[in-house]
Ligand binder design. Structure first.
Ligand code: BGC
Length: 378
């Protein structure tokens, strides 16, 4: 239970949003009224490369160090603001105690900062704001990005009942029959029906949260490039058949040398980078590698669509009403073929007719600001 429910649409005001979704954070100042949002100011903070010259996602760094840096960035961003509420969209599994606190259960998306698991993340943030002397900035809400996506969609359209994120990570939430938003941490789905390949097994074996987030590791942007690399690597030492891989075999050996943006580049521009090495397979082999990348993208979209079908069946077994799924995330927005695969998967699951799918761009920040306003004391 996220402790959030359907907004009335009458909410209005201004708030700060901290969107902590991975190694890139985004700070925004957002104004909302009459079911629409306006972003007044925004700034990206990189936890891996920053002016401290320290990777704040590493296990050797602790919670106070991480949050002191974030508080310093908030200080610079909100300079001079006497008093404003802040909504924190925190896109990791946490146990929500109430609308403004929650305990991190585990890191995902390869973040490893020490001493945060088991802690209330908004208390860590509050303490850092206090140390910094930022008394006017009040943390008011802590919510998952899927919850932010659904809140944001429901503020604009009363019919919205499913929120999902298909980006670096993957997850979904829904509005239950009592109007409560339930985060299901769909990325952690694991069942015998999941058609795992040996590449999925290998990726999991070398991940920092082995055995967890098994669906996410098959579908999310953080992992598609690595799956593609493992497949290419498997074929690279067969030069008789695939000569275009020969010059990049050395680069392919390095873990994480392909990310999903590079896969998208291969699909749209016919060339990509493997680590620092450019690769443009010739016309004889290009279609084969594009087909492979596409197959991974289609698998991802169709698996996710199957989970949407499951959610719709749970909410509405007789399929009697309209459902609106709002999806945020780079994979949905940018990866060629991904949105079409979601659509075709929904068609096959029999949920297509009453299910509308929409892009909920920038929902994490917008939803976090809305949550801060929803929670504000009158
Ligand atoms: C996290 C979820 C989050 C999703 C999308 C997953 O790794 O566990 O809490 O909603 O990524 O960002």
């Amino acid at each position: 239970d996220s402790h959030f429910g359907r907004p009335s649409g009458a909410e209005r005001g201004e708030a700060l949003a901290l969107d902590f979704g991975g190694s890139n954070l985004r700070l925004s100042r957002i104004r909302l009224r009459d079911r629409s949002f306006q972003t007044l100011q925004t700034k990206v903070i990189n936890l891996r490369h920053n002016r401290l010259g320290q990777d704040l996602t590493a296990a050797a760094v602790d919670g106070p160090q991480l949050f002191d840096y974030i508080a310093a960035e908030i200080d610079a961003f909100a300079a001079g603001d006497p008093s404003i509420g802040l909504g924190h969209c925190f896109s990791f599994p946490f146990q929500a105690q109430d609308r403004n606190s929650g305990t991190l259960l585990e890191w995902t998306k390869e973040i490893k900062t020490g001493g945060v698991v088991g802690q209330d993340v908004n208390r860590l943030l509050d303490e850092a704001l206090q140390r910094r002397g930022l008394k006017g900035i009040q943390t008011r809400a802590l919510l998952n990005d899927t919850v932010a996506t659904l809140l944001c969609a429901a503020y604009q359209d009363e019919g919205a009942d499913i929120g999902s994120v298909c980006g670096t990570g993957h997850n979904s939430c829904f509005m239950d029959h009592r109007g409560r938003i339930i985060n299901i941490e769909a990325g952690n789905f694991r069942a015998a029906v999941l058609p795992l390949t040996r590449y999925d097994e290998e990726l999991d074996r070398h991940s920092s949260n082995r055995g967890h987030q098994r669906l996410e590791k098959m579908v999310a942007g953080a992992y598609l490039g690595e799956l593609f690399r493992l497949m290419l690597l498997d074929l690279a030492f067969d030069p008789e058949h695939f000569s275009s891989l020969e010059p990049v075999a050395g680069a392919l050996v390095t873990p994480a040398s392909i990310d999903s943006r590079q896969m998208s580049s291969l699909l749209t521009t016919n060339s990509m980078y493997i680590g620092a090495q450019p690769w443009s397979p010739g016309p004889d082999e290009l279609p084969c590698w594009q087909r492979l990348a596409e197959a991974l993208v289609i698998r991802s979209g169709r698996l996710i669509a199957a989970t949407y079908g499951g959610i719709v069946s749970h909410l509405d077994p007789g399929r009697t009403r309209r459902h609106l799924i709002s999806i945020d995330g780079s994979l949905y927005e940018k990866m060629p073929g991904f949105a079409a695969a979601i659509r075709s998967g929904l068609d096959d699951s029999g949920s297509a007719e009453q299910t509308e799918v929409r892009l909920g761009k920038d929902s994490s920040g917008l939803g976090a600001a809305l949550a801060a306003i929803l929670t504000a004391r009158p």
